[in-house]
Design a binder for this molecule. Structure first.
Ligand code: ATP
Ligand code: MG
Length: 405
């Protein structure tokens, strides 16, 4: 069946009162970006739903691109026909013929916006229902929670039919809640945190601390590939690589092992916050989960969080590791995250970091460092990469390596 349009139903945004227009405009922009390889599609964002006119583009491919877009509750591929009962009936039968109807229950849900049309809603339901039962004897009518809903809408421009409703990604359109900086390591937790922040409408930029040569090119490529996995929800994500070697060496040299981790985290947070300010972000997002490791106790959070007042969003703070892993599998970051490339923290990690660091001690040790100078030099040498869905940094690296051999 050649579908002519896709009807998109909004999620929560339809309850957002005055902000609704902003939300719809953001969603239209995000959909446009996601569908850039389908130049013929026309997008109409209306008050209570969005219509995508396909103009010959492949509906299956277009729908694949709609799946990850936040702010979409569900969508239905539809077909537009002339407003005549014959046409509507023929098309309804064809649509039903294409899906599995044996043993299933169904109902017709007609709507008539064009009141000049010859049949009213009840007539339409009855007529079409009777024709379908006759043509498909194995199907049964059921008004409450049917397996199949055949929707028929008679509007001024034509009659629209659909019998499939596909679940969307839910959430809010990315960007509608502003921008935040995601502290992205190479681990399991922070990509999941980034996904969850995007789901609530936050546009993210990834900040990654790398300490070459202690951390490898692969560790960096892995963090970029994790960003690739987050890109389909937005189109592209800026990846900011912060050189962290000098800072880690300085800390290692001047701070006692039990406070290495606390001071390291404070430096990371300060730098992330400086980047946020410069790039007009509103929040910082990280992958901390309460009690998971020494740096993630409440006492540690007090000692680390002390360097800024900026809201820190910790989407996975209350999840168990298993729950985070389930999400990581769902968004396809798990396999990558468990690849064993060392990131900067594991290399400099002391065997026994303090689980209850004291803020005063952290400040005292930190005063042995040229904090301002270190931060300034790191900020000056940040490298920004724009990352898109479908890229592969680890793979490219393997290619380079084999060229070298
Ligand atoms: P993850 O699985 O996200 O690596 P984790 O359980 O390993 O988290 P930590 O290593 O304590 O936890 O890191 C806590 C958080 O600090 C991370 O979730 C991430 O947001 C941030 N972080 C840690 N290392 C880096 C890094 N190299 N670059 C950017 N952010 C980092
Ligand atoms: Mg980690």
């Amino acid at each position: 069946m050649q579908y002519t349009e896709i009807m998109v139903r909004y999620g929560e945004l339809s309850t957002k009162g005055k902000n609704r227009k902003i939300f719809i405009n953001q969603l239209v922009m995000n959909v446009k970006k996601a569908l850039h390889q389908f130049p013929n599609v026309r997008i109409h964002g209306e008050r209570d739903r969005m219509h995508l006119l396909l103009n010959g583009e492949d509906s299956t491919k277009v729908m694949e691109c709609l799946r990850p877009i936040f702010g979409i509750q569900n969508f239905s591929p539809s077909i537009k026909v002339e407003k005549s009962l014959d046409q509507i009936e023929d098309t309804a039968l064809q649509l039903m013929d294409e899906i599995d109807t044996a043993g299933k229950s169904f109902k017709v849900e007609a709507k008539r916006a064009d009141h000049t049309f010859e049949l009213d809603t009840n007539d339409l339901n009855r007529e079409l229902g009777a024709r379908i039962v006759k043509a498909f004897p194995k199907i049964k009518v059921q008004m409450v929670r049917p397996d199949i809903k055949l929707r028929v809408e008679v509007r001024n421009e034509g009659a629209f039919l659909s019998c499939l409703t596909i679940k969307g990604a839910g959430g809010l359109p990315v960007g509608s809640s502003g921008k935040g900086m995601l502290m992205l390591s190479g681990g399991i937790d922070s990509p999941v945190a980034g996904y969850m922040a995007m789901k609530r409408g936050v546009k993210i930029e990834a900040v990654h601390f790398a300490s070459p040569p202690y951390t490898s090119e692969q560790a960096l490529a892995k963090a970029k590939d994790l960003t690739v996995k987050l890109a389909p929800y937005v189109g592209e994500i800026k990846f900011l690589e912060v050189p962290f070697t000098e800072i880690q060496e300085e800390i290692k040299q001047h701070v006692p092992p039990s406070y290495l981790m606390t001071v390291t985290r404070r430096m990371m947070l300060r730098i992330t916050d400086a980047i946020r300010l410069k790039r007009k972000g509103l929040a910082i997002i990280n992958g901390e989960s309460l009690g998971q490791v020494a740096s993630q106790t409440l006492q540690s959070m007090i000692a680390i969080n002390d360097v800024t007042n900026t809201p820190i969003i910790r989407p996975v703070v209350a999840l168990d590791k298993n729950e985070i892993i389930d999400l990581a599998i769902k968004i396809d970051t798990f396999e990558l995250a468990i690849q064993p490339f060392e990131d900067c923290c594991t290399i400099f990690a002391p065997p026994q970091p303090k689980t209850k660091p004291k803020l005063e001690k952290a400040i005292e040790y930190e005063n042995r460092l040229d904090v301002a100078g270190l931060i300034e030099r790191a900020l000056e040498r940040i490298e920004i990469t724009e990352i898109h869905a479908g890229e592969s940094y680890l793979e490219n690296q393997e290619d380079e390596f084999s060229d070298f051999l």
